[in-house]
Ligand binder design. Structure first.
Ligand SMILES: [Zn+2]
Length: 411
């Protein structure tokens, strides 16, 4: 179905939100705070004018349900919370884009299936370090014990912060009931990276979120005196790590993935000693699970080679991993058609950052649309996107939601 939305109304909503909860220092919508509730207040005011049922679920997610001819539901939305000193678009674009889509649908009468807007609670995890709180609770992947002891910078425990906003951590999983009739999830977001801008494109369709392998790679040689040990007699763990860092960068380029050596620490770490041990922090990403596994295996072989070349040994310690989460092929096709018709390009790209859509994609057909990000900057007050790109992205999003409604209504 055609959803002839008016993107300028969503832009006005975004500006009003920035005025209320932003400013020269950036957005201040840290989850589980009064400013976050203020932001939601603005959203609730707009929703109060629509024939929708607004509720907060057991995990603190806000739902606005526009009943359709059938109970099967298309969910649209994103997150209104922000990092401290964040940008005006991260999450907010998806919420206001969904609001405009819902507003347009409501004005046209009863949709053929139910459409629900969701504002996920605590996507950012900026206060307690656990991202995707609300969506993972609704999707049944949140283990309450894994977050129970988390504290913010002021020592406030996560369960207490939640309780202050009416959420009982041990009942958060009851939010899973909200997904019973859900058949599709669509999220609009800024790219938060430089790819679309670099291609001169306003919008793109997201193929999924990349898989991540994080490891500590520890090279061990022999600490020895910097003055008395000839260059020919050294087992220098730092040099092995340096060889490896360069080789693994090239491997990532060959595989079309990403590898970051985010940290390096040598022992004993003094200017007069050869580094006996050097530990690297390695983050590797790819959209394809097979290619990510191949990149990891090749990296392990490269580490052995680098270690041997410097007379060292190497050991890998896993830190964290997540598999790639691909989006739905039919919804990707619908989003590409919408982007093509609205903006003249059907470019696709993976998402490096995780999103609530990654949680939803494990359960229901899901897709995301990205708008460009100026200079690729996000999680900063400089975050921005040309207004015409935002408008094109909102129109492409609404059109894709229309296609999803058609599919769900057809059973
Ligand atoms: Zn976001």
């Amino acid at each position: 179905m055609e959803i002839a939305c008016q993107p300028e109304r969503a832009i006005a909503d975004l500006r009003a939100l920035a005025e209320l909860t932003g400013g020269p220092g950036g957005a201040r919508r840290l989850c589980w705070t009064d400013e976050w509730e203020n932001a939601r207040g603005l959203l609730r005011e707009a929703l109060a004018e629509l024939p929708v049922e607004v509720e907060i679920d057991e995990a603190g997610n806000l739902w606005a349900r526009l009943a359709g001819a059938r109970p099967e539901t298309v969910v649209i939305g994103s997150h209104i919370d922000s990092v401290p000193n964040g940008g005006w678009l991260d999450g907010a674009l998806g919420v206001m884009g969904a609001l405009e889509t819902l507003r347009t649908l409501a004005a046209a009468g009863t949709p053929p299936c139910t459409v629900a807007l969701v504002d996920w609670a605590d996507e950012e995890g900026a206060r307690f370090g656990r991202s995707l709180f609300g969506s993972s609770a609704a999707c049944g992947t949140l283990d309450p014990d894994s977050v129970r002891e988390l504290r913010d910078a002021n020592g406030v425990r996560l369960p207490d912060a939640l309780a202050a906003h009416g959420v009982d951590l041990d009942r958060a999983h009851e939010a899973t009931a909200r997904l019973r009739d859900v058949r599709a999830y669509l999220e609009l977001h800024i790219e938060q990276g430089p790819v679309l801008e670099g291609l001169g494109l306003p919008v793109g369709t997201v193929l999924g979120t990349v898989g991540v392998e994080r490891n500590r790679v520890i090279f061990r040689g022999q600490a020895a005196h910097a003055g008395s040990t000839p260059m020919t007699h050294r087992r220098d763990s730092f040099l092995a790590a340096a060889r490896f860092a360069l080789a693994v960068r090239d491997a990532a380029v060959r595989h079309g993935g990403m590898t970051t050596t985010g940290g390096a620490a040598s022992q004993p770490g003094v200017v007069t000693a050869i580094a006996g041990e050097t530990a690297l922090l390695l983050d590797q990403r790819h959209l394809d699970a097979g290619v990510l596994a191949a990149l990891l295996a090749e990296s392990q072989a490269l580490a052995e080679e680098a270690a041997t070349a410097e007379g060292c040994t190497v050991e890998w310690e896993p830190i964290w991993r997540i598999e790639p989460i691909p989006f739905d092929a039919d919804l990707i096709a619908a989003a590409r058609r919408a982007c093509q018709s609205v903006a003249g390009s059907d470019r696709t790209l993976p998402s490096g950052p995780l999103h609530d859509a990654a949680e939803m994609a494990r359960h229901v057909p899901t897709v995301m649309i990205f708008s460009s990000s100026t200079n690729g900057i996000s999680h900063a007050k400089e975050e921005d996107t040309p207004i015409e790109h935002l408008e094109l992205a909102i129109r492409a999003y609404a059109q894709t939601v229309g296609a999803a409604i058609d599919r769900v209504a057809a059973g």
